[in-house]
Write a protein that binds this ligand. Structure first.
Ligand code: ZN
Length: 390
């Protein structure tokens, strides 16, 4: 007759036993490890009050790994609503399970793998088999977070990112939405983002620009680099050609080009770019233009380093610093009676309006100072961003 189990004996399944040797050798499943180490450790198991049982009676996993179908059934309807290519599983276990596991693994020298890690891997593999999508540990489209304490779950759906360049042909819209100005409803961000959001069926959108121009400045030429991000998209494989055609055909004064899919790390890349820019400025004079003086001022400023204190108009938002900027070239393109068109190429971050008008002496030298009379900027366009060493 077999003797009844002694009081306090706990059941352990072969998998949870094997997992206690998780760091011993590679290329084995935990079930295989369990079989390999069983005969040499049977006494130790019993001395510590454990007895080998089936999964369902295991004091650590309670048959968890037999329940993957159940978890899949729980999430499958939500999975079907979202288009994704890569997937990852995360999980939360109750403290009781984790404590029971660490007490058990201590007996064998703490060389084990955690149940959490095994579950994430096994359920990940299961989901790959069922959905045909591959695992991605670094940047998965979809992360399934299983909370095994409450048999609940959460899906984290990674944003979709698209890189491109935009041209802004208007002098009355900002680059991004202004939360504090409800009367300004159009922006480069919303003109691109609304179309993109509609296509991806996402929740919200953000435009990340490689710098920005003022509201009243047009962005012409080869355009400015941007990345549009849409959060929680249900569709990812959208047509970028359609996005481009739709935005450009909308006649909102924003044109986009060079679209390609991107990722989060590209955002940092474009934010840090520091290319020279060329501008066309229409300058207003008090009285008639002195062409000779203007030509002299342009030549003097070409190739010069200037010092700019943070302009008065932005001083509430930016710290008051003096920046040294290199003015690569200045040339006079047209002269009217009391206006002139000037082309300026300058280092990234130069305040062009202040370079022209001098900002009450805060920019030195300035075109106005060298010309010897007050100058005003009538209009300003960015005409080229020198991205390719041109
Ligand atoms: Zn177990």
């Amino acid at each position: 007759m077999s003797s009844p189990l002694v009081t306090g004996t706990r059941g352990i399944c072969l998998r949870c036993f094997g997992r206690a040797f998780g760091k011993e050798g590679s290329g084995f499943t935990n079930l295989e490890r369990g079989s390999n180490f069983l005969s040499s450790n049977r006494d130790k198991l019993e001395q510590n009050g454990y007895v080998l049982t089936s999964d369902e009676k295991c004091s650590i996993c309670n048959g968890l790994f037999q329940n993957l179908d159940k978890y899949y059934d729980m999430i499958s309807a939500d999975l079907a609503k979202i288009e994704f290519n890569t997937i990852l599983v995360g999980s939360t276990f109750d403290q009781e399970t984790l404590s029971a596991e660490s007490a058990f693994q201590e007996i064998f020298g703490n060389l084990g793998e955690s149940i959490k890690k095994e579950f994430n891997r096994e359920f990940g593999k299961y989901l790959s088999d069922r959905t045909g999508k591959v695992a991605d540990l670094a940047e998965p489209d979809l992360t399934v977070l299983m909370d095994l304490r409450y048999d609940s779950y959460k899906l984290q759906n990674r944003s979709v990112f698209v890189y491109g360049t935009y041209r802004k042909l208007r002098r009355d819209i900002p680059q991004t939405r202004w939360i504090h100005r409800k009367d300004v409803d159009a922006s480069v961000e919303s003109i691109i983002g609304e179309v993109f959001k509609g296509m991806t069926e996402g929740r919200n959108y953000f435009l990340h620009g490689a710098g920005r121009e003022d509201v009243d400045v047009r962005m012409l030429g080869n355009g400015r680099e941007f990345i549009i991000e849409c959060t929680e998209p249900r569709r990812r494989s959208v047509s970028l050609e359609f996005l481009k055609q739709t935005v450009n055909a909308g006649n909102h004064g924003v044109e986009i080009d060079g679209l390609r899919f991107a990722n989060k790390s590209d955002v940092i890349g474009i934010k840090g770019s520091t290319h020279d820019k060329s501008y066309r400025v229409t300058v207003k004079f008090t009285g008639t233009v002195n062409a000779e003086q203007l030509q002299y001022a342009a030549e003097k400023l070409s190739g010069k380093d200037i010092y700019q204190r943070t302009p008065l108009r932005v001083s509430t938002r930016r710290s008051d610093l003096i920046r040294k900027k290199s003015i690569r070239s200045v040339s006079v393109e047209e002269i009217g009676s009391d206006t002139a068109v000037i082309r300026i190429r300058a280092e990234a971050g130069t305040y062009i309006k202040e370079l022209v008008n001098g900002d009450e002496g805060r920019t030195e030298p300035s075109l106005a100072q060298l010309y010897g009379g007050p100058l005003q900027v009538n209009s300003l366009d960015v005409v080229w961003i020198h991205r390719n060493g041109d």
